[in-house]
Design a protein around this ligand. Sequence first.
Ligand code: SF4
Length: 273
Amino acid sequence: MDSYTYIINDLIDHINVLKELGQRTIEIEPQVVRDLTAPIAAAASLKNAGVAQSKAQRAEGRERLSKSLLQSTKPLDAEARAQALEEIAGQVRHCTECALCQSRVKALPGQGNPNSPDVMFIGPAPDAADEQAGETFSGPGGELMTQMITAMGYEREQVFLTNICKCRPENDRAPLLDEMQACTAFLEEQIRIIRPKVIVVMGEQAIKGLFLNQSEAAAPQGRWTQYHGIPVMSTFHPKYILRFQNDAQGQQKRLKISVWSALQAVMRQTGKV
Ligand code: SF4
């Protein structure tokens, strides 16, 4: 929520990428560690008082939501699917389950092919470009996403695109764990209705978010795991790749190779190659 959380989320993302790329050590000044931890320690005691109450309220809200949503396990026909997804979209638009409702301009449930598409792509949360366009995976990251989808042999309309959180976090920071936890009932229900053949989860935070309430474990980038029996491939988010635009050390190229390798595995899984 505060700027330290934002910085630390980015730092975790960055370190994970270095790890994926084979780097095993990094240099860091002791003073940097002291500066990062001091404000967190001071803020923690203030924050804890409010957290217990808000967690209880959110747990109650989630239970209420799950009871109303998770009713049927039967596959739906196209008309019933469209209707069920519209009901979820309506609930998302009016949702106040987490603090993101206070700053959102527009909640974005996701868009695309709802009728058992080969692939459902899941990111962490919408950003400013998405809010402005009224569609998830927009802006420069969305353009790269479209290129990836096209390279796989699909149109954007043939796959489904959504996020763990349906509302944009301020300053386009990564969503927090409790925000993702509050929103996962919507995503669970979308997956149950849409029934994708494969899920591609993009970005470290989205990988964590998808498996928050699950017995299955999240897998690192480029590896398969499962979500309620659906194969899940984890990989990097296109916006993350774009951060290395002018990187002389070739990080962006290495990230693109990793993502393409993951997407080729997905294409083999769906029978596209
Ligand atoms: Fe509700 Fe999800 Fe938006 Fe939070 S992010 S307010 S849980 S729709």
